[in-house]
Design a protein. Structure first.
Length: 205
């Protein structure tokens, strides 16, 4: 009987620690997000005044956006693991979303040896989904392709097959490392020096 009580107390203690850890990460991520917003606003003003090609501004912008993505990823992971992630579903045009993502990425491309191309196989694709989450998923996969492509074309293909919206991302990069394949969708699984290994975990969930 005493063993059962000790075991029960131990698991309750672990659960409390996990809850506290989740709450701390959530608060830290929220606190990080607060100062990032005015930084990004001021970067846009600087880009308008001095141009997007200013090297110093590009460094600030790149790192600020990287910090923003990291913060959002941390918040998403805590929501997924606590079961509090809610989807806001509505109808939207998928091709338009993909084209906007590609346009943004082309504007931010530092490696001029990479081309981004959207190949539309089905002219109009109306989907009922959470638009922000779909944007996040497509962005994560395109961004992964960009990380591992030194030169060549990244092709994003969108089409409807058997009444399902299919988006394929093909690149001329090195391919997925064989060591990563078995753990591809787990947290922190990455061979990239730039990434955290959270993108595909969030996308799958």
């Amino acid at each position: 009987e005493s063993r059962k009580i000790i075991t029960s107390d131990f698991f309750r203690s672990i659960q409390r620690q996990l809850v506290m850890q989740t709450e701390f990460i959530n608060i830290a991520a929220h606190e990080l997000r607060t100062p990032i917003t005015p930084i990004l606003v001021n970067i846009e003003i600087l880009e308008q005044d001095f141009g997007r090609e200013n090297d110093e501004i590009k460094i600030i912008a790149r790192n600020a956006r990287r910090l923003q993505r990291l913060t959002e990823n941390i918040l998403n992971v805590t929501k997924i693991e606590s079961g509090s992630l809610k989807l806001n579903r509505r109808f939207f045009e998928l091709n338009a979303v993909i084209s906007n993502i590609i346009e943004e990425e082309i504007n931010r491309l530092e490696n001029k040896n990479i081309k981004l191309v959207h190949h539309v196989k089905t002219e109009s694709i109306s989907v009922y989904a959470d638009k922000d989450r779909v944007i996040q998923i497509i962005y994560n996969i395109i961004n992964n392709a960009m990380k591992f492509t030194k030169e060549g074309t990244i092709t994003i293909i969108s089409e409807i097959i058997n009444n399902e919206a299919i988006v394929n991302v093909k690149n001329a990069g090195s391919g997925i490392d064989q060591d990563i394949l078995p753990i591809l969708f787990l947290k922190f699984a990455t061979k990239s020096e730039q990434g955290t290994g959270l993108g595909l975990y969030i996308s799958k969930n």
